[in-house]
Design a protein around this ligand. Structure first.
Ligand SMILES: [Fe+2]
Ligand SMILES: [Fe+2]
Length: 255
């Protein structure tokens, strides 16, 4: 019988290879204290059945029977259970939920834009419409990510957004609150992805974590400025002109 074999292994579960190598090392190089030393009898050397003799008790036992079951070993067949498989279903469902949240933000900014248009604040309307477009791209970023990973995309119905506002200040208060709520959702998603070791989702969500810092900063700045000048119509018009400099990230005008 040859004393060397070549064994090709292809792990199906992450982490199982390191556990297997740990088992090989442990069973071939370590002899735990307190366990009787086992040896082959001369006539058993090279025989396939390999019953072992305990020098202390003299009893003959099969190696598989002596060995403490490991990794779900069920006798003659080594069946290795991998590390507890974490289901990614939870994070995938949450990412689908985030698509709905981003579309809800898109819808909400669109409603704010419409309100500003009706109030003759064209600059604010344009800025908010561009913001709505950004939210649309956020939703589509997750949508594409799920499809790329062969995960089912589940689109939810959208609730009607808030459409009545008392003033332009309320618009920017609403915008800041919306961004803060979205930051919380992204943080929760990131935390869930970490717990589930969903590494691809973590990398994808990293972009959103960074984006939310910028989104909140812009919303805070806009609110602070409009609050300062809210009682001065001329200053509000200047503010409106300044926001109107922003261009749409993509042209969605009717052709
Ligand atoms: Fe967003
Ligand atoms: Fe946003």
């Amino acid at each position: 019988m040859p004393n060397h074999y070549q064994l090709l292994l292809r792990p199906l579960v992450d982490g199982v290879m390191s556990r297997f190598m740990g088992w090989v090392g442990g069973t071939h190089t370590m002899r735990p204290r307190g366990r009787p030393r086992l040896r082959f009898t001369p006539e058993q050397q090279g025989k396939e059945a390999c019953p072992l003799v305990c020098p202390r008790t003299g009893t003959r036992q099969n190696a598989a029977a002596l060995r403490k079951p490991m990794y779900g070993d069920t006798g003659s067949t080594l069946h290795m259970k991998g590390p507890k498989k974490m289901s990614n279903q939870q994070i995938n469902d949450a990412l689908n939920g985030q698509i709905a949240s981003e579309f809800a933000s898109w819808y909400s900014y669109l409603a704010m834009s419409a309100w500003c248009s009706q109030e003759q604040l064209a600059g604010c309307a344009g800025w908010l419409r561009a913001q709505a477009q950004e939210e649309y791209t956020h939703a589509m970023k997750i949508y594409e990510f799920l499809l790329d990973r062969d995960v089912e995309v589940k689109l939810s119905p959208l609730d009607a957004p808030r459409q009545t506002f008392g003033s332009i200040v309320e618009i920017f208060e609403c915008a800041l609150q919306q961004e803060q709520e979205n930051t919380k959702r992204i943080d929760d998603l990131f935390s869930m992805a970490m717990e589930q070791k969903a590494f691809a989702s973590l990398v994808e969500l990293q972009w959103f974590v960074t984006e939310q810092v910028e989104e909140e900063k812009t919303a805070r700045t806009n609110l602070a400025r409009i609050k300062m000048i809210a009682d001065d119509p001329a200053a509000v018009l200047d503010f409106d002109n300044a926001l109107g400099q922003r261009s749409l990230p993509m042209d969605t005008s009717p052709q």
